[in-house]
Design a protein around this ligand. Structure first.
Ligand code: XIL
Length: 319
């Protein structure tokens, strides 16, 4: 294959990227490479609650619409990201809850409205939604978010039911980080999925974010973990792949990075139910890593000038 779109066709796995809506609007070279290489996209921030509803009841769909419209024009499928999360919530919501101005009953109504409005707006245009994101914490407990605190654990089932009502054909996912290897998180998440299935809640997919770093061993059990979830009848996706490193980058580090990317994509390809491999940005020009992990960077498959790195070639070599 000459590029990732061709690779996607031969592997029969969607290959996607997160999209930086500002770069999409303002950088022609970024736009060109995105649309040349990828047949699936996820809005990096444009569909998050703080972006779409910065003031209560005042929606701003500009960036989200731009990502969806660019996808339509370029025959890219879309992952909606994300409906229920503890981060990037609008200030009015957090302050309202903290001050007591929004009580539990109203909060549940607000969450339902948010899900129905956003999923409904893009009905038929989103292949898969990350309905709940990062709901298990690093100790393996349900995360102590405003959702759990005020609505109780039933908010998870509610969110899936509401999303399904608003777009019955969208695949509905639970998505998390470290799920490639964190035993506590894996067991708890398997428990959540089994419980939802037992209650006939519409859940269809498991999302592995795939944020790795080369200073850690590659998660060697990832294929087995994915299998445990797909054996429950779920489809799987690697939803936010990137492989960071302690800076500066060296040829050796870039080779290790290439190997990690190749192994992640191979893990998806080896599982019949794994349908999507999405990178969390394709270029080191626009990456969350330097802002979130001090001293780390160079996590993507192309450099700042959009030149392919060894990781790009390693993906193209996957059979
Ligand atoms: C990140 C974005 O990449 C950043 O631009 C933003 O400042 C913070 O969020 N897990 C997720 C993503 O599910 O939404 C996060 O994206 C990265 C971690």
């Amino acid at each position: 294959p000459d590029d990732l779109r061709e690779l996607s066709r031969t592997l029969r796995v969607h290959i996607g990227s997160a999209v930086d809506a500002t770069a999409l609007a303002g950088e022609a070279d970024y736009r060109r490479v995105l649309n040349q290489e990828f047949n699936h996209v996820t809005a990096e921030n444009a569909m998050k609650w703080e972006t779409v509803e910065p003031q209560r009841g005042a929606y701003d769909w500009e960036a989200a619409d731009a990502v969806v419209e660019n996808a339509r024009r370029n025959r890219q499928q879309v992952r909606g990201h994300t409906l229920v999360w503890h981060n990037q919530l609008p200030a009015w919501l957090i302050e309202g809850v903290d001050s007591g101005a929004i009580d539990a009953k109203e909060l549940r109504k607000i969450l339902r409205g948010h899900i129905m409005t956003e999923v409904g707006r893009y009905r038929g245009k989103i292949r898969a939604w990350d309905v709940v994101n990062e709901v298990v914490d690093d100790t393996g407990k349900l995360r102590d978010s405003i959702w759990l605190k005020h609505l109780g654990p039933g908010y998870i089932a509610d969110a899936f039911r509401w999303a399904h009502q608003a777009d019955p054909r969208a695949k509905l996912y639970i998505n998390d980080y470290n799920l490639e290897w964190d035993a506590k998180k894996i067991e708890t998440t398997l428990g959540i999925v089994k419980d939802l299935k037992a209650k006939r809640v519409p859940i269809h997919g498991i999302g592995f974010q795939g944020h790795l770093g080369i200073q850690y061993d590659y998660p060697g059990d990832f294929a087995g973990v994915m299998r445990r979830f797909t054996d429950l009848g779920l489809e799987a996706a690697i939803t936010e792949a990137d492989v960071r490193m302690v800076m500066p980058a060296t040829a050796e580090k870039l080779a290790t990075q290439a190997d990690y990317y190749q192994r992640m994509l191979s893990t998806c390809v080896a599982n019949k139910r794994c349908v999507e491999f999405t990178v969390w940005g394709f270029t080191d020009r626009h990456s969350w890593v330097p802002d979130w992990f001090e001293g780390e960077g160079a996590a993507n498959i192309m450099d700042e000038n959009l030149a392919p790195k060894p990781a790009y070639d390693a993906l193209l070599a996957v059979r």
